[in-house]
Design a protein around this ligand. Sequence first.
Ligand SMILES: [Zn+2]
Length: 315
Amino acid sequence: MPDKNYQRILGKIARSAGLEEEEIERRVEAKRAKLSGLISKEGAAQVIAAELGISFDNEKLKIDELLPGMRKVNTVGKIINLFPVRTFTTKKGDEGKVANFVIADNTSNVKVVLWDTNHIELIEKGKVKDGIVIEISNGSMRDNEIHLGSFSELKLSNEVLSGVVREKAVREKNIIDFRVGDSSSVRAFVVQTYEPKFFYVCPECKKKAVQEGTDFVCAEHGKVAPEKRALINIVIDDGTESMRSVLFHEAIPSLGFTDLENTEKLLNQREDLLGKEMVFVGNVRNNKFFNRPEFIVDDVKEINLDELLVVLEKK
Ligand SMILES: [Zn+2]
């Protein structure tokens, strides 16, 4: 399973410890096995780093090296998306403020959440704004966000960052941690599949074409020869939570479905899919009709069993 984030951190630990990357990976897997897989590989890598006496506390990290649970993180990034400062009422009834923005470097991007009024003031005064480069010290990672409290430092940086990653960063997450708006990847089991649903779209604008008698009509392009599209609902479960997921047309073959019109073949393929563990990549959206989150899957990847076997044989 290619995971740049994890590979980078392995490399970093290996270089700091003067050991081979494979050796660090072996120790991480051994640690996870000992803990019956209760810890993520990133979490296990941090434990191994601590055991080797390596600390990232005073080191400036690239954004894709930041891992959930890290304390005292330091990084530099360009602000690519600044949100308006929000006010809220605290439990004591006081007015509180929170601000957030997204910073990017040439490896990835990450959301930064500010809780300290001194930091928020920098935004209100226009000193911290879109497009500038900032340096963060002593932040802490909550889920996949950097949170800055009163012990954290936020200042302008002179570093010049070019070629920053503006696309949404896909993060490996447990389903229980999925939030609306996340771009996530998760390794999970297929626990339920449903019949495909078909619908028609305009070949020009790809919007819904409505059937009127034997004709199909697009609101913009009138009578059209429509394209038939499909969607499939499945339920996936990674052990932390299950989630209803939707695959649209182009994504469907990645599940192993070769012919949606062939009922018998499809039934067999749906049966084969049940209980299968795969990697799902997509976005968490709110289903307005049911008012619940669902996972729009863009891509499904097979788990590389050969790689897994090599790891298991080394034990
Ligand atoms: Zn149209």
